[in-house]
Write a protein that binds this ligand. Sequence first.
Ligand code: KIV
Length: 275
Amino acid sequence: MSAHTKAKRMTAPKIRALKGERPVVCLTAYTTPIAQILDPHMDLILVGDSVGMVLHGMKNTLGVTMEMMIMHGASVVRGSKHACVIVDMPFASYQESPELAYRNAARLMQETGCAGIKLEGGVEMAETIRFLTERGIPVMGHIGLTPQSFNSLGGYSARGRKQEQWAPIIADGIAVDGAGAFSTVVEGVAQPLAEEITGKVGTVTIGIGASPACDGQILVTEDLLGLYESVPPFAKQYAHIRTDVEEAAKCYAAEVHARTFPGPEHCYKMSDGEK
Ligand code: KIV
């Protein structure tokens, strides 16, 4: 291999092989420029259906469509060359049957170039996960707090905060693992439960609001950047971009009003030397 040969992209099997080796680093992205910035630092980039709320102002993720996931998924694949790109299956694109899930997952992979898909659910989704993985589609599971089920869960609260509530969530983790998922997002659970699930499964657990006990971590990038209007309690802001954007917009407006922007350096000169 020459010194100039580019390292190959991360793949689902490479991510799975990281269990017990080192933490797996993941963030969400929805667009090419953000993917370009994140890519060298990430093992996995998730094109989450959170795009509906974060970029499109939706109240929840239920209105996100296949077309939206394909458009954003393709943008992120174009903006990355190192990270394993996984695209979320939107609500109602997979729950009905393994066959429907296969058709939509295959479409996501064909039309975006992504390396696999993510879907929400545990025991009840195991048959579907097996159907996909046995047919060449890498699957990332998602258990614990599953936002597409907020209507039946009764909201977005953390799950399994009492030990008597653990059993079905652990069963979900084991079912998703047994069905062949290479990785599982574990969302909104207390540390002892995350520890229990992570210790019981061979799949790589990726925590969001689920403590450092998981094999890796993911956040919504806009939460980490301070770009979204509210920040969930489990997210850490590493930047305050919303304030920076507001400040830039205010300065621009003031300079346009004062006619100090554009300055001479921003103006085209006549090519014949006249002013
Ligand atoms: O939709 C999303 O962004 C997600 C992550 C928060 C895990 O599912």
